[in-house]
Design a protein around this ligand. Structure first.
Ligand SMILES: Cc1ncc(COP(=O)(O)O)c(C=O)c1O
Length: 341
């Protein structure tokens, strides 16, 4: 059965152009610096992010944690929002790999108040850890895009205090598409950025970490320490190049499909969708008023050829992607009506 998969955009499989590019890729041992396709990807990724240099990593989590590890000394402190991916969904890796302490700021729909950040930056005192880094997530995994003005204010504070900023831009291009800006407008507010090739952009594996030449040189060595030196990685880089060169314009369509899905679900009695929160390809909704068991819903959807996740923290999340068509969206909405009836 060809499933409609709404669990995440991480479920995307490579396009035919990616498969062809992987099949035909020129490769070499990238740890020796011999892989021409990997070199091409790293140059292109740095260019598109407006940074001097970049390095390929196996996953978004790897890229974020490598960035913390490269920016910070052990025992220093990282300021981030209390609902961000690095804090909530990366298995506590920052205490294991970088050996840093996380200091969270209350998230307001994913946004951090710049004054809250300022108040958390440590003064020089024998009792205090050093503030080593500030992390921002954009697009946020709550489906919203952080406004540029908020990032600019945080950037001004960070610059004044001499603290670098890392951007978890797993969905950087979704954010840029929503804001209708070049991704460089977003990345200019930070010192390093991680973005994923493997989510809405459909590459099978991989993320990029971009930053200054010096930062990436340091990161490359730490990537090796973390076991991330990939030998003939060019096969993956070939798909990554197609992702960056061909797939970014499709994200706007994914966002439109999510909005349509949200609008249609909102018409179903008992389902509450906050349409203002649909900035990218994610639809969060509350269906508690229907009294329908969401684990049962997962099974019922599955029988109809649709994969979804059950409720988390009181909310359901459906994520659109390149492989879900408009027809598929209508099928999902009709299936929901059918099941609830
Ligand atoms: C905002 C954000 N950052 C980082 C990651 C981690 O990416 P990966 O699953 O490739 O480790 C994700 C994954 O969904 C994410 O949503």
């Amino acid at each position: 059965m060809n499933f409609i998969d709404l669990r995440s955009d991480t479920v995307t499989v490579p396009t035919q152009n990616m498969r062809d590019a992987m099949y035909n890729a020129s490769v070499g041992d990238d740890v020796y610096g011999d892989d021409p396709t990997m070199k091409e990807l790293e140059e292109y990724a740095a260019y598109i992010a407006g940074m001097e240099s970049s390095v390929f990593v196996p996953s978004g989590t790897f890229g974020n944690q490598l960035s913390l590890f490269t920016h910070c000394q052990r025992g220093s402190e990282v300021i981030l929002s209390d609902d961000c991916h690095i804090l909530m969904h990366e298995v506590g890796a920052s205490s294991v790999i970088a050996g840093v302490q996380l200091r969270s700021v209350k998230s307001r729909n994913g946004e951090m108040n710049p004054q809250d950040i300022l108040s958390k930056i440590r003064e020089d005192d024998i009792h205090f850890p050093k503030t080593g880094l500030i992390c921002i997530e954009n697009a946020h995994s709550n489906g919203r895009v952080i406004p540029l003005s908020n990032m600019e204010q945080i950037h001004a504070i960070a610059k004044d205090k001499g603290v670098p900023i890392h951007l978890d831009g797993a969905r950087l291009f979704n954010a840029a598409s929503y804001l209708k800006v070049d991704p460089k407008e977003i990345t200019k507010c930070c010192d390093s950025v991680m973005f994923c090739l493997s989510k809405g952009l459909c590459a099978p594996v991989g993320s990029m970490v971009c930053g200054s030449k010096e930062f990436i040189e340091k990161a490359r060595k730490k990537r090796k320490l973390m076991g991330g030196g990939l030998r003939q990685g060019g096969f993956l880089a070939a798909a990554g190049l197609v992702a960056l060169k061909e797939m970014i314009p499709n994200l706007e369509e994914d966002h439109k499909k999510a909005l349509l899905l949200g609008e249609e679900l909102a018409k179903i009695p008992g389902i509450k969708v906050n349409l203002d929160d649909i900035h990218i390809n994610m639809v969060f909704f509350d269906m508690s008023k229907t009294n329908y068991d969401t684990y049962k819903l997962v099974d019922e959807f599955y029988k109809r050829g649709i994969k979804i996740n059950p409720v988390e923290d009181g909310l359901m999340r459906f994520v659109t992607n390149f492989w879900v068509s408009y027809e598929g969206i209508h099928y999902v909405v009709n299936s929901m009506k059918d099941i609830l009836n």
